[in-house]
Design a protein around this ligand. Structure first.
Ligand code: GLV
Ligand code: MN
Ligand code: MN
Length: 409
């Protein structure tokens, strides 16, 4: 029988505050890039909380940490998961909300002395953000078998450090085999990171799926020369090519319209001097669309544009895919369950797709999966100003609790 449980956001907010002190940066945000010292300290804290709550903690070969609370019956757990790594300019809610909401739920169950029928697990996955090591959602992808362990371990950052080396260095190269656990169901509570819920005045987002993601890195090689003496027609300017690709990304999104978005988040020029034509550029292009065909159109258009541009400017352009995920749809039964439960709890809600990538999308092909969104003030995320009000966190926690109680029955 479902107990009458109500987790409280007070304790959850205190934990969010404590975790945000690790890697804190000006403005209230965090910098906890995957597998850095800050990530290690955050992992240590959350793992300690898991142990204190009586969870059985396991660490797998890609450093995912799962804390399990046993159920009445044996068998796979209902899993709540997200991440505690961040981008370098991250907010304090992205990822941590989902993980710490899971711990709050466990603590509430412990206090009520209630054993769920099926086990409940709370997980945080390695390198969800993908900014230090690409691709993003690395730990959950390896966990669910869509990315090979060895390929992931061999991935290097810009300073040539590998995921495998860094996992060992921070003490999170675990022993447990990956790709062996398919949860009974997977749930992720997350901040929306966009403006839709706030604009509509709804408290809960029922996430229908995640849009497709395509990340490509381009390295442009031109020729350095004097900025004052080199005639315009004789230049092989890597800086110009980087800028032209950036402009094309915006045009492409404007012209394709619909859900298409495009971002150039990295531009690095060498030698990066005022009076020297750049001989090298590294830039990244992030393309996303909810429809796979449209995403492929955007990719093809970018490829054609860059090939033509390289010929005209007389530069070499090498490209490398950093991440590629098709759009994902969540399980209709889980989506319906979250929606019905939200209505029963009395919160205003609406369905929406996710614009950001999430660990949940890696579980979606293998087990019933769903996500719950709470609003982000001003639609701001990947920014220290990221904020979600306590009342909204409370609502998200409430819906998560009631959904988990049904799924573990
Ligand atoms: C992860 O935060 C992503 O969507 O890039
Ligand atoms: Mn996230
Ligand atoms: Mn993020």
């Amino acid at each position: 029988m479902k107990p009458n449980l109500r987790a409280s956001s007070d304790r959850l907010l205190r934990r969010i505050e404590q975790l945000a002190a690790i890697g804190s940066i000006d403005g209230g945000g965090v910098c906890r890039l995957a597998l850095t010292e800050e990530d290690r300290l955050a992992r240590d804290l959350v793992t300690r909380w898991m142990t204190e709550l009586g969870l059985v903690v396991s660490i797998d070969e890609i450093g995912n940490v799962v804390g399990t609370r046993l159920g009445v019956v044996d068998g796979p757990p209902v899993m709540i998961g997200s991440h505690i790594d961040s981008v370098a300019t991250g907010g304090r809610y992205d990822g941590t909300l989902g993980v710490l909401a899971g711990l709050e739920l466990v603590e509430t169950l412990n206090e009520a002395n209630f054993q769920t029928q099926h086990a409940l697990a709370v997980a945080f996955f390695t390198n969800e953000e993908g900014v230090r090591f690409a691709p993003d959602m690395m730990g959950s992808a390896v966990h669910q078998g869509s990315l090979g362990l060895n390929e992931a371990l061999a991935t290097k950052d810009e300073k040539d450090a590998s995921v495998g080396e860094e996992l060992k260095r921070i003490g999170y190269a675990g022993d447990d085999a990956v790709a062996t656990v398919t949860p009974r169901a997977f749930l992720e509570l997350h901040v929306e990171q966009g403006p839709i819920l706030e604009k509509a005045g709804t408290t809960i987002g029922i996430v229908t799926g995640v849009q497709g993601i395509s990340w490509t890195e381009y390295r442009v090689t031109g020729t350095s020369n004097h900025a004052g003496t080199t005639p315009m027609g004789l230049r092989h300017d890597a800086g110009f090519v980087a800028a032209a690709i950036t402009t094309e990304a915006r045009h492409l999104a404007d012209q394709l319209g619909g859900d298409q978005v495009a971002t150039v988040g990295v531009t690095e020029l060498r030698p990066n001097l005022v009076n020297v034509i750049a001989n090298h550029a590294r830039i990244t292009v992030d393309l996303r669309n909810t429809t796979e065909d449209r995403l492929q159109q955007a990719e093809a258009r970018m490829t054609q544009y860059i090939a033509k541009l390289a010929t005209i400017e007389g530069v070499e352009v090498a490209s490398r895919s950093l991440a590629r995920f098709c759009p994902v749809e969540f399980d209709p039964d889980v989506v319906n369950l979250i929606e019905t439960t939200t209505n029963e709890c009395g919160y205003a809600c609406q369905r929406l797709p996710s614009g950001a990538g999430h660990d949940a999308q890696m579980f979606a092909p293998n087990c019933p999966t769903g996500m719950i969104f709470v609003p982000s003030q001003g639609g701001i995320s990947h920014n220290v100003k990221e904020f979600t009000a306590a009342a909204e966190i409370d609502a998200g926690l409430d819906v998560l609790t009631q959904v988990v109680l049904q799924l573990t029955e």
